[in-house]
Design a protein. Structure first.
Length: 77
């Protein structure tokens, strides 16, 4: 994990517009994109199909509630 991601409290949200034919395709593409970016635990927060594609927001979790948060234990930069 990068030093910056160790400072993230819980998750990273990414919002973009994907060229696709349906909301279902947009969800699949968004999850695939986040996995390619290195996030293993991903959820789709928002999808809205508009014309040539869909506006999507996906969340990649770094820490879930109750996890061992690196930012609590690593005070040095």
């Amino acid at each position: 994990m990068s030093k910056v991601l160790e400072k993230v409290m819980d998750a990273v949200d990414l919002e973009t517009f994907l060229v696709c034919d349906s909301e279902e395709e947009a969800k699949k593409l968004a999850v695939q994109m986040m996995k390619e970016l290195g996030f293993n635990d991903v959820s789709t927060v928002f999808v809205q199909h508009l014309g040539p594609g869909a506006r999507v927001r996906v969340r990649g979790y770094i820490y879930k509630p109750g996890a061992r948060y690196n930012w609590l234990f690593n005070k040095k930069d």
